[in-house]
Design a protein around this ligand. Structure first.
Ligand SMILES: *Cc1c(COP(=O)(O)O)cnc(C)c1O
Length: 228
């Protein structure tokens, strides 16, 4: 197969369905990112700030759109604020506050997705639906002039039970549609729904995903040697 073929395959599957491919390049060397870039891929996802910054500062082309998809610590927002294309994993008001502050410092409106907790696992991050709905009604969110929430992100439970995965994605899509049809603050719009990874992207796309985050199915198995 190879990276080039994989990129072509996913774009063939996704583009007609109005879904965007985020190539998850975490732990992959820049040579492999370049290979995907040369195949036409521009949107790449990383889950660690340090790795995202070092790839951004590398010899890779400057028109790459860098997406932060993993849990983000507040004290690291400043490193990515000047250039990050979309933060998928905003999971608290305190984090939104910090992103807003750093956005103001570099004169940007930083695009974000709110991560919503949809899985069974206790280890997953995210707002719960009610919490997020309350935030949408608060004055606090309206004061954040340097962020824009463009939609939601969710990760399904890691399981072989397809009907469970489908149920979780369906529920998130329903919540997304509910928010979209309700009244939202001016700095919130529901246009992107980031759900689906290598193992469950087909279900996610069937359930209305607009962005899938795919790593191993493009680049092969990850090598975790360099992880901290
Ligand atoms: C690693 C990761 C992915 C991609 O996972 P694959 O199974 O390799 O496709 C997607 N989303 C998040 C948040 C990740 O950390």
């Amino acid at each position: 197969m190879g990276i080039r073929n994989n990129i072509a395959y996913f774009n063939g599957e996704l583009t007609p369905r109005g879904c965007t491919l985020i190539a998850v390049s975490k732990t992959q060397p820049i040579e492999k990112v370049q290979e995907a870039y040369d195949a036409g891929q521009r949107a790449f996802g990383e889950n660690k700030v340090q790795e995202l910054v070092s790839k951004y500062e590398s010899t890779l082309p400057k028109d790459i759109e860098w997406h932060l998809i993993g849990h983000l610590q507040r004290n690291k927002v400043k490193y990515i604020a000047p250039f990050v294309h979309l933060i998928h994993s905003v999971d608290s008001v305190k984090l939104l506050e910090e992103i807003n502050k750093q956005g103001a410092k570099c004169g940007r409106v930083i695009p974000c997705l709110a991560q919503i907790f949809i899985a069974d696992e206790e280890t997953k991050f995210g707002f719960d639906e009610q919490e997020f709905q309350l935030l949408m009604q608060s004055d606090e969110i309206r004061g954040f002039n340097n962020i824009r929430i463009e939609g939601l992100m969710g990760m399904a439970t890691l399981t072989d039970d397809e009907s469970k995965i489908r149920g979780e994605f369906r529920r998130l899509k329903l919540f997304f549609e509910q928010l979209k049809s309700g009244s939202l603050p001016p700095n919130v719009g529901m246009s992107q729904l980031s759900m689906g990874m290598s193992g469950d992207y087909k279900i996610a796309v069937e359930e209305g995903s607009t962005m899938v985050r795919i790593g191993t199915a493009i680049f092969g198995e990850r090598n975790y040697r360099h992880e901290d």
